[in-house]
Structure formats: structure tokens, C-alpha cells
Design a protein around this ligand. Sequence first.
Ligand code: ZN
Length: 260
Amino acid sequence: MRLLLIAMLFSAAATGALAGDGRYGAPPPDLDRHLARLKDAYPGVIKSHDKEKLVLTSGVELPISDGRTDKSFDELLDHPDIDDMFAIPYPAHAEPKAPPVDSDPGRIRVEALFRAIYGDCRKGDVRAKLRKVPWFGGSVLFTTRNGADRALEAVARDLATLPKPMLKYLAPSAGTYNCRPIAGTDRLSMHAYGASIDINTKYSTYWRWTKPGKDGTYKWSNQIPSEIIDVFERHGFIWGGRWYHYDTMHFEYRPELLPP
Ligand SMILES: [Zn+2]
């Protein structure tokens, strides 16, 4: 009984951050593991961390928690702290399927951290670090910071070994670097850091291209084969098809959310 109670409490804590009740911000129970992974994923940028703060090599300190556990979903996206980035677990290598309402693992990003990693495109310091990576008969521009370009190269190399019919999903790429906010928001997209790629729009679905149903929810759909998603995830990229606010052409380099 006691064990059962502990198990129930633990699972409530694990899912509390995405209960769909409009209250978000509680740190995940395995926060220490996530912080260690975050430091390993960006070795040149994060110097150290403790329970209170992330210390960047630039000397900037980012608080792990702002103490809030009552954020709305929009506040979570607009004003996240470091622990919020891990509040919704990313289901790497799972079969593609419709996520629960407002479950957008990886869409919660602390901008100050990503600007420290990749630079601020509005000041021109992202473009200076881009290079061409070959992409199925053409090439795309990707950031050389933090090895993201080498990760994309490894993705392209592995994708090239898939059966020929898979190639139609991949090219032409619908874009990589673009110094712009996320559509409908003033938050910078991962495209603004040169760390994200959109594959062929022809076989893609995007929540903004649809209308919500009578109950106000969006209906998820997907055509991208799991073999393609697996390759990207193996090399540190997350997939926008794992979001309730789905964007199935979109992959972004987020090694901190994937197994080492
Ligand atoms: Zn995209």
C-alpha cells in the first residue's frame, strides 16, 4: 500500500507539469539528470550548474527556477526558466502519434541560453558562423557552433542509406537559417540560430495550416516515416511532429533533450 502510494505520488509529480489544467512550471523530478545532460550537450557554453543557477562561460548566470508553478501554457512559452525546458519529456524513438493537448516537448526554450550558444542573428553574429552542408542534391546553411553542422552531416549520411522512396520527404529543404520570430509570436525560432531544418513541405503537416475542431483542439496528422525521425533523433535533433502544435517538416538540434 505504502509503495503504491509512493508510486502514485511519483507519477503525479512526473506529469504534474503537463496536467493540462493551465498550471505549469514545477521542476521535473529528474531535474539533476537534465542539468548534467544540458552541460554535456553544450560544453563550450555552460561552465557549471548547481541547484540555483546555470553558470555560462561568459560569466552570465541563468536561474534554474523562477519559483513559479502556476504558469499558463502561454506564459510557459513566453517566460520559461531553465527547469521548464525539461517539464515535458521528449519521447525519443517512440512511434509517431498524436501528443496530448499542449504537450510540446522542446518548444520551451530560454532565449538567453540559445543566444549564448549560437549568437544573436539581429546583430549578425549567427550568419558569420554558418557553412554549407550538402543536402540531397543541394546544400543548406547550418551553424558551425556546438558541432550542429557536423550533426546534420551525420544525419544526411545516414538518411542516404535509407530506401530510395524516402528521399522525396527530405528534399528540397524548405529552409534552415532565417532570422525571424516564430510565426504568430515575438519569440526567436531555432531557424534564427541556424540550428534547425525544414524538410520538404509537400509531405508535411502544420497545425497553423488547419482549423481547430468544435472542441477547440487541433487534429494531429503526419506522413513523415519513423525511419527518418529515428535518424535525426540519433544525432541530437528533435522533431516538430512530437508537438501538439505539430510541425512535421521541422527538426532542430537539441541534444540536451535526447539520450547521450
Ligand atoms: Zn522549422
